[in-house]
Structure formats: C-alpha cells, structure tokens
Design a protein around this ligand. Sequence first.
Ligand SMILES: [Zn+2]
Length: 284
Amino acid sequence: MRITLCFDYDSPAGYRESFRMRDTDPWADYKGTEALLKVLADYSVPATFAVVGEAVLAGTIPVHCPEQVREIHAAGHEVASHSMHHKFIPPMSYSELMQDATDSRRVLEDCIGAPVTGFVPPFNRPMHFPRRFAPSVSEMLGLHRRGFGKQSIPSMLAALREAGFLWSRVSFSDKLHRTLELTGLARPHRPEQPFLESGVLAIPANVMGFGDAARTLVRALIHTDLLVTLCAHPNQAHCDNDENIDRLDSLLSELKPARESGLVTFQRMCDAVTRRAASEVVFR
Ligand SMILES: [Zn+2]
C-alpha cells in the first residue's frame, strides 16, 4: 500500500481566519514543524506540507516563516499551497478564488525556487459535490455565516487548473453509499481513491491523524495497492489528540518492517500525479 502524510501549515494567518483557533499559540506551527521534520528524518519518510502563502512573505517569525518553508523543501518534502490567506472558499467568486490560488502559488514558488503543483483548501471546503451524492446544504445556505456557497468541488478544481495546479486534496461524504452501508445493502467503503475531475487530480483526505482510525485502516489495507492519505496539522503536534507527534512516531515505528519488506511505501501528494500521468497518456 501507499501512504501519504499531508500536513496543513496554517500559521497565525490561518488561526485568525479559523472558527475556533484565535487563541492558538502563534508559535504552534513553527514548533510543531520543527519537531515533525526531526521525526520524518529519523524514519526517512517524505511528506507534503500545504502552507498558507501569507506565511512565506517577508517579516518576523512566527507570523512569517519563509526560512522554515525552505527548510521543509530542502529536506525533500513537498511544499503545496494552503491558499493565500486561509479564507473560506465556498462563498468566493471564480475570480476571487483564481486570484487567491494564483497569488499563493507565486509567493510559495518564489520562496522555495521550485514548482508548487498542489492545493489543499482551507477548512477542507468546499465539500459540495452533488454528482457524488455529497450535497452540502450548510455551504449552499451560508450556514457558516460567511456567505452563500458559490463553489463546489468541481468548480474549485476548474479554477485551480486555471491557476496552474495539478492536484488538490478533497473531502466529501457520499451520502447514498453511507445510507446503503447503514442499511446493510452495501459493503463498507474502501477509502476513496484519487480521481481526475475538471482536469485536476483530486486526492481524497481519508483519515485525520495517526490514532486508532489510521492504524486500523492501514492494517486492513496493508496488502493492497491502495493509497491512504493521513492528514494533520503541525500546530497540533504537541496536543493530546490523534495528530500528536508521538502517535505519528509510534505508527512509523510499527510500519518499519512493512516498509523494509516493500509492503508499504510513503509518498508525497505530488507523486500520485506522476503515477496517474504515467498510466494515463493524456493527463493535462
Ligand atoms: Zn488550515
């Protein structure tokens, strides 16, 4: 099986925009990332860090951390975009979204001196995806108090393609399958796999953190060729929850023999694009 670790580097710009993070220690992402880089290096595991563009602008740490983002890149990890200002995407117009995504790609590429091809939407939204039986009534009706929803997953991906991105993490819940599952008419879902949508590779977020849910899923799928995407935040690395760095350390330790025997491979999000591009003649 293949595993991708995907970290959302929110930075204080992200805490400012988030629903419940205004009191977060401004150093949380900086210190969490320092610790994560050590653990990832100990196990030689590559990962993806999706960074808010504002965090790499010139200024003082911990609000602006371009040096640390260069360090992430120099360690062999992927630097992706987590938008420019961590704004809530659903109520954005197409041009607002294009502008935000393009700005973030430009500042991140200027920072690391290499292409940035991936985008992780703040708040994992939009989740609205009617064709996959995943309507989001709360986004459509503006129940998040940030305006009526204008974007869906396909429309966001179309804008990202225009802005030059090749992959995006997505999050949605197929309510039809879930209902069939609960009534016993369908088998439990395998984790959603990457798929092409609006010309961009959509990579579903499968599990948050490295706790029991991640462990159970990985153990169940270890002999398959599936991709499992585990997500976390550097700012939670020292908190007592599934994103805690000791739980990551323990999972990586458990998987060491499976990695050595070739059963498990760790890859960055962008590696899924290469794989799809190689197996499908026309990707872009
Ligand atoms: Zn975020």
